[in-house]
Design a binder for this molecule. Sequence first.
Ligand code: NAD
Ligand code: TDX
Length: 341
Amino acid sequence: MHLLVTGGCGFIGTNFILHLLETDPAVRITNLDKLTYAGNRGNLAHLEGDGSRYAFVHGDIADAALVEQLLAEHAIDAVVHFAAESHVDRSITDSAPFIHTNVAGTHTLLEAARKAGVQRFVHVSTDEVYGSLGPHDPAFTEETPLAPNSPYSASKAASDMLARAYFHTYGLPVIITRCSNNYGPYQFPEKLIPLTYLRATRGEPVPVYGDGSNVRDWIYVLDHCRGVEAALRRGEPGKVYNFGGDAERTNLETVHTILDAVGAPRSLVRFVTDRPGHDRRYAMNSSRAKKELGWRPETDFATGIAQTIRWYQTHAAWLDDVQSGAYRQFMEKWYAKERGV
Ligand code: NAD
Ligand code: TDX
């Protein structure tokens, strides 16, 4: 199976590619990534020399000519689409890149996949498209109406609707996955868990939005990757599959867990101005994925947090690189090498 993975230099895409190449010798992967601030080519650089199983292509999913050429020349069987602008706070500051990548880019990919006749298209989406829950509401199911509240979640909901339409109108075998909040190795330190780790270990104040009572359902990234793989292999085209971690926590509980784990004082917490339109609570009902895909989350929150903290502790250079921009210099070196300079 030859996969085109988009956004494979980001957090979840990196974990997905490492997982699949480790567990299935029959898989080949071409990774198309624009290398935005969130993309780190160095994550998978050790795979590049090999040539036969992994190839990196630097480019934009909204570049129709490039995407069409890739699908035609590489005889791609399936597309697994992770590439996105993914940070809610950035979408509040400037939503234009979210419309470009998440909406126009997804449209370009769907159109190219339709023309090329790919056998499967897994569109990776999020619980945020369902909007916000009250404290006692039942968890989101795949039938919950979409009600996105941020420019980020609105752009993801728009891409979900395009994916759905390409199945119904053209018969493109699209499968949509929606997952709750991920954490784990390679997460960029603008998101809550790695940001808290980073600030706690430096003894810096940890910003908690509002009163810290907003609830997220945390899932270890490998469990999400196993879910996307299950949807790719066994999902039914036209269907949506929810994945959740069965681990609802208030943000303050999550921050306290990390502070305690690294031995930092809870007094580092600073309650700061709330995020505009901040969704109160997300919770996922994953019973369809459990029943139809034989999937379930395998890593509980305590184990996953301990593994994640250990990963950041043993990858201090990675954290330094993504903050200093050194990975961009690494990238430039690669281009120089490839151009023969
Ligand atoms: P990320 O921000 O860490 O990585 C995104 C990747 O996409 C980066 O490598 C970036 O360079 C690349 N990219 C951005 N724009 C591109 C473009 N125009 N063309 C090609 N590549 C481009 O994101 P992530 O957290 O790994 O999320 C991956 C996917 O999973 C996203 O679609 C996101 O909506 C979804 N998701 C994320 C979470 C989460 O908790 N992080 C939860 C559910 C769903
Ligand atoms: O400094 C912070 N302080 C804080 O209290 C940050 C960065 C966040 N928060 C809060 C906001 C959220 O309630 O923590 C919660 C988690 O925030 P993020 O890590 O920014 O994630 P969230 O907004 O929930 O979205 C994430 O999960 C769904 C991903 O970023 C999305 O890509 C995914 O779709």
